[in-house]
Design a binder for this molecule. Structure first.
Ligand SMILES: Cc1cc2nc3c(=O)[nH]c(=O)nc-3n(C[C@H](O)[C@H](O)[C@H](O)COP(=O)(O)OP(=O)(O)OC[C@H]3O[C@@H](n4cnc5c(N)ncnc54)[C@H](O)[C@@H]3O)c2cc1C
Length: 443
């Protein structure tokens, strides 16, 4: 999950052990064709990061091997071949998607030590082991840990440099489109119109955010047409940057330029790490049964209420509802691979309102994220989808379909945001494939 060289606690820990054992370190990255909804968008983003990772590892003196399992015919035992020649394994501690399944299954199949290291959050999630009720509960706990953990991690080179030839399975990423086309995956989901993967891409997004958006973030983050948010979530998800590095960069830039950083750090640290806490402490993430009792009761009472509009999953997917704003948010997902945070809440709330049942709504939201969102399959994905169903929130006035969970309506969006501006921008993106969120004066 942490596909980077900088600020990587797992890699630092591997180097620490390698020095103790007088061994070199190999950084192994694999990409398979058979995870659910594997498609051109996810493969492209991931492959775009590979060459730069390799370059930076070489500079550090760490070996690199990349394996692309293209189809059923390709070997499926590469990891175990490497393990046969290794003293120990260090990998990422991560609560969702393939990493969580690997970490549950692999240690039982190897005979060497298997360490999992957390490097996604600022406050290590294992230090807050109990499920937290809401942001107000986790905030003071995180704040207590900040003094010790909000410090840069300097990557030290291993004493023994990697000097062996590349393993025979290693794949050189010379042409990303060609490699993607050679994989037996879903080719109907194209790469994002906007986001290129990898360290160089995230460094340039970060620079843009610090220099032209951070000063507006506190006041304009809930106004999609202001383009004041950081667009860091795909890079955080694929580990091209760590939460710690990002938090330090924002804090440092804000201090130096006398800007406000608290609002950004609240989202990046408190809200994001609340999601990691939820993902780590919940037995399932795709079920309404894990919500608090008041939520389950109120949803059960209103699940049978008549819906003003009813759409199938396919109609949602194709952005074919009566609501131009909702359709535009879905198009943002289809084209860019994420939705602006403020409209994403509206997107979720309307799927609840226009689906046959609450369970159908949940399944639709998870499906659309897993298939299209570059920041999907993340602790933030499942936690925030469940937030639409009342998780980490408080009871509101009772109303049809929603019961006492929070409602969001089009009138509120029109009052608080520039809906017409956003519709124009998404229209432009759809027509031209150029992204007005990252271009200046595009429209
Ligand atoms: C229905 C729904 C689904 C969502 N699915 C995802 C998802 O799949 N992946 C994902 O990363 N986020 C998800 N979010 C949360 C939020 O919308 C995104 O994190 C945010 O929009 C990412 O854009 P950004 O990087 O420009 O955010 P910024 O506003 O610039 O925030 C910086 C970072 O802070 C964190 N952050 C921001 N808002 C939240 C939040 N509400 N909760 C937790 N962390 C937050 C993210 O890591 C984000 O990258 C979802 C929200 C909703 C309502």
């Amino acid at each position: 999950m942490n596909r980077r060289v900088e600020s990587n606690h797992g890699l630092a820990y591997a180097i620490h052990w390698a020095d103790k054992l007088s061994l070199p370190v190999l950084f192994y990255e694999g990409l398979t064709f058979d995870y659910q909804y594997a498609n051109d968008r996810m493969h492209t983003f991931l492959l775009e990061g590979v060459t730069e990772t390799e370059k930076r590892l070489k500079k550090l003196g760490v070996g690199y091997a990349f394996y692309l399992r293209r189809d059923k015919g390709s070997p499926n035992d590469i990891f175990y071949r490497l393990v046969a020649d290794a003293a120990l394994i260090v990998t990422d501690d991560y609560p969702t998607f393939i990493a969580a399944a690997h970490n549950a299954a692999v240690p039982g199949k190897v005979t060497i030590p298997y360490y999992v290291v957390e490097s996604s959050c600022v406050a290590p999630p294992s230090l807050i082991p109990d499920r937290q009720y809401a942001a107000y509960a986790i905030r003071p706990k995180i704040n207590k840990l900040m003094a010790e953990h909000m410090k840069p991690l300097v990557m030290k080179a291993p004493k023994r440099k990697w000097d062996r030839p590349k393993p025979d399975f290693h794949v050189v990423v010379d042409s990303v489109p060609k490699l993607v086309a050679s994989c037996s995956i879903d080719h109907s989901v194209p790469p994002s119109t906007t986001f290129r993967g990898g360290r160089l891409a995230v460094e340039s997004h970060l620079k843009l955010f610090l220099e032209s958006k951070l000063r507006r973030y506190a006041n304009e983050r809930n106004s999609p047409s202001s383009h004041a948010t950081s667009d860091m979530s795909p890079y955080l998800h694929f580990g091209h940057i760590s939460g710690l590095e990002l938090a330090l960069a924002v804090q440092e830039y804000a201090d130096e330029h006398k800007l406000m950083s608290a609002e950004y750090l609240e989202e990046l640290i408190v809200r994001r790490e609340l999601a990691f806490n939820f993902a780590r402490t919940s037995p399932k993430l795709d079920s309404l049964d894990i919500l608090h009792e008041w939520v389950r009761n109120t949803l059960a009472k209103h699940d049978g209420d008549e819906r003003p509009y009813l759409y199938t999953r396919d109609e949602f997917e194709q952005a074919e509802t009566h609501d131009a704003l909702w359709n535009a948010t879905q198009k943002e997902m289809l084209l860019r691979g994420k939705i602006h945070g403020y409209y994403r809440m509206y997107w979720g709330k309307k799927i609840i309102e226009w689906s046959e049942s609450h369970r159908d709504a949940l399944a639709t939201m998870i499906y659309l994220h897993d298939r299209y969102a570059l920041d999907g399959r993340d602790p933030n994905t499942y936690t925030n989808i469940l937030w639409c169903f009342g998780l980490h929130d408080r009871p509101w006035t009772e109303r049809p379909i929603f019961g006492m969970i929070r409602y969001m309506g089009l009138e509120g969006m029109k009052r608080k945001t520039n809906v017409d501006g956003y519709l124009k921008e998404i229209g432009y993106l759809e027509r031209t494939g150029k992204d007005p969120f990252t271009e200046t004066q595009a429209c």
